[in-house]
Design a protein around this ligand. Structure first.
Ligand SMILES: [Zn+2]
Length: 360
């Protein structure tokens, strides 16, 4: 089993893992995001774990260094090499040689995405969405590995997003002679779609085969029936207001070294995979606008000061036109208070996912 896969299973369980394997960090863990005495070098208040510690396991000491995830933090805290750390975590999680697992500690996640049914226009539709969502698995459940196989197959590092889950037996509808019929049931990677009013309006589904490829269906990516306006539809893959200890790095895009605060910045890309590629390339919280047609009315949350649009370079020019229109709308609505920057790949027919392999 790859370290990236162990990471996904560990996601949401770092309190338990580190609490048991490195109890000397429990003081810091009880005061997430706040500075405490460093368990290694001492001092008064040099060390903190990230607010998102449960999901990343990361922390930082002003003197000892930056530990982006639980693997590096545990290695440092216990003086282990990476091999020791991986073996200890695997054995703690009960992950065997075959990749099987047992006795996984239960995840207690507080900020899960919930499907909101207030002010609904279509009650039965909301029930259907809730039903699909609640019967699906978060990516850090091992049984959801079809979804991360799919993402890995697209060339992405498996990044955990609370907004993506794997659902089993999702009905695939086809219109046959004017009647909608369920023609097959598939696994699907699902994500809630928010509208420009900040409400969930539909679910986005990527139908998958059992081995994590695209399902053998006519349309692999589909939205469910909308339950309210889909205007400005978008998928909030990452939360800019959650402190993950990450630093935005635009070195691949900008030559001058401006600093952008994580909590004031979002990226927008069309597809889920492209948005994940941008997250991987820059670390910024990036959202998917599903397609160029939904992008221009996307909702920018209060507190955001910088928006980066990572458009597709389509032959038709649709990606670039959508990016320009989106910029215009954001500037207008914010009275020019929000900085908007557009990046379009230079080659026709490419999106930023195509560039990931080149830069990694
Ligand atoms: Zn230290």
């Amino acid at each position: 089993m790859k370290i990236s896969e162990i990471k996904i299973i560990a996601n949401g369980r770092w309190n338990k893992i580190i609490g048991d394997l490195a109890p000397q960090l429990s003081d810091a863990m009880a005061k997430k995001g706040r500075h405490v005495e460093c368990p290694c070098h001492g001092g008064k208040d040099g060390f903190r774990v990230f607010e998102d510690f449960e999901n990343t396991g990361g922390g930082v000491c002003n003197t000892c260094g930056f530990f982006n995830d639980g693997f590096n933090l545990l290695s440092w805290a216990n003086g282990w090499n990476m091999g020791d750390t991986i073996n200890s975590i695997k054995s703690y999680l009960g992950i065997g040689e075959s990749g099987n697992y047992k006795n996984l500690p239960i995840i207690t996640q507080k900020k899960e995405v919930t499907i909101d049914d207030s002010e609904t226009l279509d009650i039965s539709g909301v029930r259907t969405l809730k039903d699909i969502w609640e019967n699906s698995l978060p990516l850090n459940e091992y049984q959801a590995n079809t979804a991360w196989k799919y993402l890995a197959g697209r060339g992405l590092k498996p990044l955990y997003s609370k907004s993506i889950r794997l659902a089993h037996n999702v009905p695939y509808y086809e219109n046959i002679n004017g009647l909608w019929k369920v023609t097959s049931r598939q696994k699907a990677m699902i994500a809630p779609v928010w509208n420009k009013y900040g409400k969930i309006a539909a679910l986005h589904r990527t139908f998958l085969s059992n081995d994590g490829g695209k399902a053998n269906v006519k349309t692999v990516k589909k939205l469910t029936k909308k339950v309210r306006s889909l205007s400005g539809g978008h998928i909030r893959l990452f939360n800019p207001f959650e402190d993950t200890g990450e630093h935005i790095d635009l070195a691949l895009f900008e030559t001058d070294r401006k600093e952008y605060r994580y909590s004031e910045t979002i990226g927008i890309a069309e597809g889920i995979e492209t948005a994940m590629a941008v997250k991987e390339l820059t670390s910024m919280a990036t959202w998917s606008s599903i397609s160029s047609s939904y992008m221009p009315k996307i909702l920018i949350p209060d507190g955001i000061k910088n928006v980066f649009i990572f458009g597709d370079n389509d032959l038709s020019g649709a990606g670039e036109r959508a990016a320009l229109k989106t910029k215009e709308n954001i500037l207008q609505e914010s009275n020019g208070e929000i900085n908007v920057t557009i990046y379009i790949p230079k080659d026709v027919g490419k999106d930023w996912l195509d560039y990931l392999g080149k830069y990694r």
